[in-house]
Design a binder for this molecule. Structure first.
Ligand code: UD1
Length: 378
């Protein structure tokens, strides 16, 4: 089976890594890795390949940044000749970024089978570019792998045939569990201590990059109002996304941030260092999707600076609280965490490090490359 695997942006890399390892155990799969180049620099891309042992992409489309229309169109234009040349049996997509929908559209129109890993997640917020990518990708996919039950329910409600849907757990958690021991050996805390950023009494980790938060100066300012209060209690470590750094400058907010003595801006950091920071933080503040899940797997308190989540299991049984951008709500959630006024989180079903194994078993069964179907969850 010739299987083209697509990655493009930072959150895709940790999702594809365990699948690339799993394929090596199956000689009936001939995997090809295509990097669209949506994320392209050392700190947003190359570093993750090295740290996670992902093989060099077989093909790099090198599309880079652009508006949504331009980026999506450039990926489509570059990916179509790849499909025509390599004639894959299927294309496997992960997540919800522009690269996901762009490659999905190309494949489906060429009659190539489409497999979506991390299907069915819905924030029900159509102003979010990723929500559009999720809904469209799922509607054209032939095989849909879900990380949590809400994903399965959403797909069934949208009329997707139940035979196409498989609840398999989460490849991103496979990667977390596979690399946690190595990550705990990272020297990042030592390095931050040496720089005088930590005081030995705990710290808060912050990430922000959602357009709804950082492209609007009013919302961004409200979040910063809460950050200003929290940094009086704890040092805040803030590895900053390129979009956010750009906007801080554009909105003239960088001076305000630099004036906060206990808020420490870092360039984007690698997977292992970031995992160590998450595992060691008192609290994580974020607007990322994946970090809500990683903190749930690590059972570290997380406050999500968004009005909704497409990953409800993290708030229902995990360590996540969804609070939006209102400083009062953020500080209320923060006070609950530091006073211990939160319930004990649980790990969601099947987040056990075996999602990639299950996915490959299902592919084998469905596309009749099968010798065994034991242990498949449908
Ligand atoms: C994208 C994804 C988002 C994901 C995020 C993780 C979409 C619609 N969004 O958002 O789901 O959570 O990645 O990072 O696909 N840039 C660099 N270096 C890079 C890559 C980007 O400087 O290697 C800059 C670009 O010039 C651009 C900005 O960062 O101005 C945003 O990049 P883009 O890919 O448009 O979207 P993200 O905000 O990263």
């Amino acid at each position: 089976m010739k299987l083209i695997n697509i990655v493009g942006a930072r959150p895709n890399f940790m999702k594809i890594a365990p699948l690339m390892v799993e394929y090596q155990k199956h000689d009936w799969i001939e995997p090809l890795l295509v990097h669209t180049g949506q994320h392209y620099d050392e700190k947003m891309s190359h570093l993750f390949f090295r740290e996670l042992g992902i093989p060099e992409p077989d093909i790099n489309l090198e599309v880079g940044s652009g508006s949504h229309a331009v980026q999506t169109a450039e990926i489509m234009k570059a990916f179509e000749p790849v499909c025509l040349e390599h004639q894959p049996d299927a294309v496997l997509l992960v997540g919800d970024v522009n690269s996901t929908i762009a490659c999905g559209l190309v494949a489906v129109k060429l009659g190539i089978k489409l497999i979506h890993v991390e299907a069915g997640l819905r924030s029900f917020d159509r102003t979010m570019p990723e929500e559009i990518n999720r809904v469209l990708t799922d509607s054209i996919s032939d095989l849909l792998f879900c990380t949590e039950q809400a994903g399965v329910n959403n797909l069934l409600r949208e009329g997707v045939d139940s035979e196409k849907i498989y609840m398999v757990g989460h490849v991103m958690i496979d990667t977390l569990l596979a690399h946690l021991d190595r990550a705990m050996k990272s020297t990042i805390l030592h390095d931050l201590n040496y720089k005088g950023y930590l005081d030995g009494d705990g710290f808060v980790l912050l990430t922000l990059h959602r357009p709804s938060n950082v492209d609007d100066p009013k919302t961004f300012t409200r979040i910063m109002d809460a950050i200003e209060v929290i940094q009086k209690d704890f040092p805040i470590i803030f590895p900053i996304h390129p979009r956010t750094r750009k906007n801080l400058k554009t909105f003239g907010m960088d001076n305000r941030l630099h004036a906060l003595s206990n808020l420490h801006l870092l360039d984007p950091i690698g997977y292992l260092d970031f995992l160590k920071l998450q595992a060691s933080a008192q609290l994580v503040l974020t607007d990322s999707g994946g970090i809500q899940e990683e903190t749930t797997a690590l059972q570290v308190p997380c406050i999500t600076l968004r009005e909704n989540t497409e990953r409800p299991v993290t708030a229902e049984i995990g360590s996540n609280q969804i609070v939006g951008s209102d400083p009062e709500r953020i500080l209320k959630a923060y006070n609950n965490v530091i006073s211990g006024n939160i319930r004990k989180p649980q790990i969601p079903p099947l987040w056990d490090g075996k999602a990639a194994e299950r996915i490959v078993q299902v592919i084998q069964k469905v596309y009749s490359f099968s010798t065994t179907t034991a242990g498949i969850i449908s």
